[in-house]
Design a protein around this ligand. Structure first.
Ligand code: MN
Length: 387
């Protein structure tokens, strides 16, 4: 069976005030072409289809267009699960009707986690395991409280047990689809944490008995513990923490016994996401010579002297400059944290401001400015008392 595995589309994502819908449409067009040309039999989207529970209309339209094209232009079954960013109810709209059109939307944990497909070698059992909070899973799967579900791993163990029970006795190949943090994989700061302090991590052995595990949630394409337990990674680079990722989708050829040949295939984004660092003058020159000036750029300026209007001036060379970091300012801010909080509380607003001014400019606040500030603070205090 030929499987095309992707995840974390985050349709409707806004990146520094830029709606990424056109960027997403650009790679999804390539994705549909790839699915058609590679003759995928099973297309898996492993959660976080949308970036938000209530996605903007243009994101919904892009989803509608892409799913319709996948159905019309391929013969594949399309299996979709909900991730932690998706609304189970909204993503699951018309799920029972769409199943007849080869679109299998598994967004609710109460759905039976089994779709049985056939290829030339026999059946393949696909187990979609949508994301659910432990407290919700306990309510839906464990009403009598017979087995306590406390962690994300407990949820997935319970989901896998139901999946294997539903396909009991079948000597078949199994594919699981899940949205989770599986041990042995590397996070990238962009994924919204599922729980505090590592409690979200799931051992890969919950998927024992599966021949391929199609994962979503972590944005870097990678294997988790074993080659056949794999994150496809996100559709695009969704933060400046992901600049070194090689985004791809995963093409899997599963043989008669369930052994998988795995290949990562890159799609070409409309804009790359990059960081550049140097003095303001260096960056201006580098931008002039940049063959990819339309990319999404974060610029770190190393100058210590103030640079007037850096953002606007750098945008003349990089029109999609998203943010300017001033290295010295960031470091100065860290240095100013040397005040412990008790000491800060004992300082008057005037002393606090004078300290801040000195940290930022390297100069002491002039006596005239100090007097002006004192009178302003007194006026604010007087108005506050009268209010
Ligand atoms: Mn996620």
């Amino acid at each position: 069976m030929r499987i095309l595995h992707t995840a974390d589309w985050h349709l409707g994502r806004i990146f520094y005030n830029v709606h990424l819908t056109e960027d997403q449409a650009h790679v999804l067009d390539q994705f549909v072409t790839l699915a058609r040309e590679e003759r995928a039999e099973l297309i898996i989207i492993a959660g976080d289809v949308f970036d938000r529970a209530v996605p903007p209309p243009e994101a919904v339209a892009l989803w509608d267009e892409t799913v319709t094209r996948l159905v019309q232009e391929t013969k594949a079954h399309i299996v979709v699960i909900a991730g932690n960013h998706d609304s189970a109810e909204r993503l699951g709209l018309n799920a029972r009707l769409l199943a007849a059109s080869r679109v299998h939307l598994h967004t609710k944990i109460s759905q039976t986690p089994l779709i049985t497909l056939e290829d030339a070698h026999g059946p393949v059992h696909v187990h979609p395991l949508p994301y659910a909070e432990p407290v919700l899973a306990r309510d839906r799967l464990d009403k009598e409280g017979a087995s306590l579900i406390r962690t994300h791993e407990d949820v997935l163990r319970q989901q896998m047990a139901r999946a294997l029970k539903a396909s009991a006795g079948a000597q078949a190949r199994h594919v699981a689809v899940a949205h989770a943090t599986v041990l042995g994989a590397e996070k990238s700061d962009t994924e919204r944490p599922l729980a505090i302090g590592g409690a979200e991590a799931v051992s890969a052995d919950v998927f024992t008995g599966c021949h391929y595990v199609a994962l979503g949630h972590l944005h870097r394409p990678q294997a988790a513990g074993a080659d056949h337990v794999r994150y496809a990674g996100s559709l695009l680079k969704y933060s400046f923490a992901e600049t070194d990722h090689h985004k791809s989708v995963t093409l899997v050829d599963m043989d008669a016994k369930g052994a998988c040949h795995i290949e990562a295939i890159s799609l070409t984004p409309r804009h790359d996401v990059r960081c550049v660092s140097g003095s303001f003058e260096e960056l201006l020159a580098r931008g002039e010579a940049d063959p990819a000036r339309e990319d999404y750029i974060l610029a770190e300026i190393t100058d210590t002297a103030p640079v007037y209007n850096a953002m606007e001036r750098l945008r003349r060379v990089w029109p999609n400059l998203m943010h300017v970091d001033r290295k010295w300012l960031t470091e100065a801010t860290h240095a100013s944290n040397r005040f412990d909080s008790d000491a800060v509380k004992r300082l008057s607003p005037l002393e606090l401001f004078a300290g801040f001014y000195e940290d930022m400019t390297g100069k002491t606040l002039a006596e005239a400015d100090r007097a002006l500030l004192a009178s302003l603070l007194a006026e604010i205090e007087r108005q506050r008392r009268e209010a």
